[in-house]
Design a protein around this ligand. Structure first.
Ligand code: LLP
Length: 388
């Protein structure tokens, strides 16, 4: 854990802040790339997990592409050195101006989520005299058996094109002269550790891809399997790098990739989660009538919303030497009871001024921060052999 290793360098810093271990990030991105390369697979890093420019520089240098869900993310990816042909653009509600920007930049594919979106992209591309490269995000109707809020591939979710709509779209496609379908896309959820879920995804995708190519005569260059690989939130120090090898091996085993097609992925969390910690300081302590002991810290749900929003778990560590042990509730600076980082966690005896670190916070931490209660957006420091 980086923060305890470099604790003496951190003590004088103003809290709270995210601390990123760039060496660990490099290792993670390179491990993902190596496991994918071995099989000829391509990875687009999902910027939504963390669009920090320093992190993006490391990820782009490791050779990954980018997966963006807004015009802002497409612009950030371009600025941070991702080549346009390595960028894909997703999302159910793309704005016209962002679509036009993506077309103008010549990104690899705009993955469309509805028939109406394809029609709109066709007319926008026509208005600038271009043919837009697109992919079709299909809804495979699979339950990813993850947190209810993180499942995206079921028929009742807002994501993807349904079977029925796909049929109508294929009929219309010959008339849409300003779009070119390059491939199909599936993303069924996030924080998935059960590989049988990805097996089911492969089988459904295979059925659909084979049907499109063989029966409907649609030429496909790629199948994009999305992201979703989970990480170990309970033992981050023991498992800092996810099992990319086992993950990609599942797709290799379960999906027979037709000749000439490429498999693409959009990993977010697995690449960046373990390289980030949220470092905060205890402001006050108190014990309530029920006997619950509180550590009240100078960060909260405006800076790391995952525990409040999803009941997510982040390991808490006290920095520096400590004596004795005590069970605490670690709560934040926002005026809501849901602003609780941990309801019950055992730590060395802790008091005002002590520093705590919330681990595995590199993904969906800073990127989901807000100014709720008019708190500031979180600061960031980086470690790459020295502290910045
Ligand atoms: N591709 C698409 C189309 C996505 O919607 C997502 C994530 C990804 C890729 C990347 O998935 P990953 O590899 O990171 O699982 N805020 C939540 C996670 C939401 C994920 C949304 N989509 C959290 O804090 O757990």
């Amino acid at each position: 854990m980086l923060s305890s290793t470099i604790f003496s360098d951190l003590q004088s810093l103003e809290t709270p802040f995210y601390l990123y271990d760039l060496a660990l990030l490099r290792k993670s991105a390179e491990a993902a790339k190596a496991a994918a390369d071995k099989r000829g697979y391509l990875i687009h890093y999902a910027l939504k997990a963390n669009p920090d420019s320093r992190l993006l520089g490391v990820i782009a240098a490791a050779g990954l592409g980018a997966d963006c869900v807004s015009g802002g993310e497409v612009r950030r990816a371009v600025e941070c050195g991702f080549a346009p042909e390595k960028i894909v653009f997703e999302g159910v509600a793309k704005r016209d101006s962002d679509i036009l920007f993506a077309i103008e930049k010549g990104i690899y594919a705009i993955n469309c989520e509805s028939l109406e979106e394809v029609v709109v992209i066709n007319s926008l591309a026509a208005s600038v005299g271009k043919v837009a490269e697109i992919g079709l995000r299909l809804n495979p109707n699979i339950d990813s058996h993850t947190n209810e809020h993180l499942t995206t591939g079921r028929a009742d979710c807002k994501f993807g094109i349904s079977r029925r709509e796909l049929k109508a779209l294929l009929k219309l496609l010959p008339e849409l002269k300003n779009v070119h379908v390059r491939g199909v896309h599936f993303h069924i959820g996030s924080q998935i550790l059960d590989m049988t879920v990805f097996e089911a995804q492969c089988h459904k995708a295979q059925e659909i891809v084979d049907d499109l190519r063989n029966d409907k005569g649609v030429e496909l260059e790629f199948v994009n399997m999305g992201g979703g690989l989970g990480i170990d939130y309970y033992n981050p120090e023991q498992n800092p790098i996810p099992d990319y090898e086992g993950y990609f091996a599942t797709f290799e085993r379960e999906f027979c990739l037709p000749e000439g097609m490429v498999m693409r992925f959009e990993l977010g969390r697995s690449v960046v989660a373990q390289c980030g910690e949220l470092v905060t300081r205890v402001m006050f302590t108190k014990t309530n009538e029920s006997g619950r002991r509180f550590l009240i810290v100078d960060s909260g749900m405006s800076q790391l919303i995952r525990p409040a929003l999803y009941g997510a778990h982040h390991e808490v560590r006290r920095l520096g030497e400590g004596v004795g042990r005590e069970v605490y509730a670690v709560v934040g600076d926002v005026c809501e009871s849901s602003d609780t980082f941990a309801y019950q966690t055992e730590l060395p005896v802790t008091g005002r001024g002590d520093m705590l670190a919330l681990l595995s916070a590199g993904a969906y931490g800073a990127s989901m921060a807000s100014c709720y209660n008019l708190h500031s957006l979180p600061a960031a420091h980086y470690w790459d052999g020295e502290l910045e």
